[in-house]
Ligand binder design. Structure first.
Ligand code: ITT
Length: 186
């Protein structure tokens, strides 16, 4: 099977995907084309347009992954703005906004959009529920990993090895759904 192309500039995200893909015997490669992100509330819409735009430029089948952290007491903020909010206020900013709030429920969502050679888009989603910790803990992973504790665990994602995070994460769930479909379709 030829390589599967992934459009992302996030190496941590790519490494997570690579580790899962290898278990399915699928080789993934980063494709150097821009990931255009429209402004929208829905990760599905953002991922779809990004995959379509990248496929039109690259003229290759490919995937993009769009994800976000949705905090219940903030009505789902930062959601689709997670990347921007992480860069602007980071983990410290989120912990500050949540100070004094007892509801720390949150979830991560991942949407993988596959664009075929004839520009059809297929979507796969994954969600992991959990809560925002009181303090940042751990140094693995990326983004909001040090403050997210998945349900059923006491560790933050940043305190886990890649294997454990992948088993529990939104991205792992979405990508395994994609890979099951992909290896049965080609
Ligand atoms: P690309 O767009 O280049 O793929 P990105 O990091 O900007 O990389 P997104 O647009 O999907 O990716 O933004 C998702 C943001 O949500 C990401 O930057 C993190 O801040 C946060 N996020 C998503 N998944 C995460 C995870 O597994 N662990 C920690 N933070 C995550």
């Amino acid at each position: 099977m030829s390589a599967l192309y992934v459009v992302t500039s996030n190496y941590s995200k790519f490494n997570e995907l690579k580790s899962i893909a290898s278990k399915y015997g699928v080789n993934i490669e980063m494709l150097d084309v821009p990931k255009f992100e429209i402004q929208h509330d829905d990760l599905e819409a953002i991922a779809s347009y990004a995959a379509l735009a990248a496929a039109l430029i690259a003229r290759k089948p490919l995937i993009v992954e769009d994800s976000g952290l949705f905090i219940e007491s903030l009505n789902g903020f930062p959601g689709a703005l997670s990347s921007y909010v992480y860069k602007k206020i980071g983990i410290a900013g989120i912990l500050k906004v949540l100070e004094g709030l007892s509801n720390r429920r949150a979830y991560f969502k991942s949407v993988i959009a596959y664009a075929s050679i004839d520009y059809n888009i297929k979507l796969f989603t994954g969600v992991v529920y959990g809560r925002i910790s009181e303090k940042a803990r751990g140094s693995n992973g990326f983004g909001f990993d040090p403050i997210f504790i998945p349900d059923g665990d006491t560790r933050t994602f940043a305190e886990m090895e890649l294997e454990d995070k992948n088993r529990l994460s939104h991205r792992g769930a979405a990508f395994r759904k994609f890979l099951e479909w992909f290896i049965n379709s080609f």
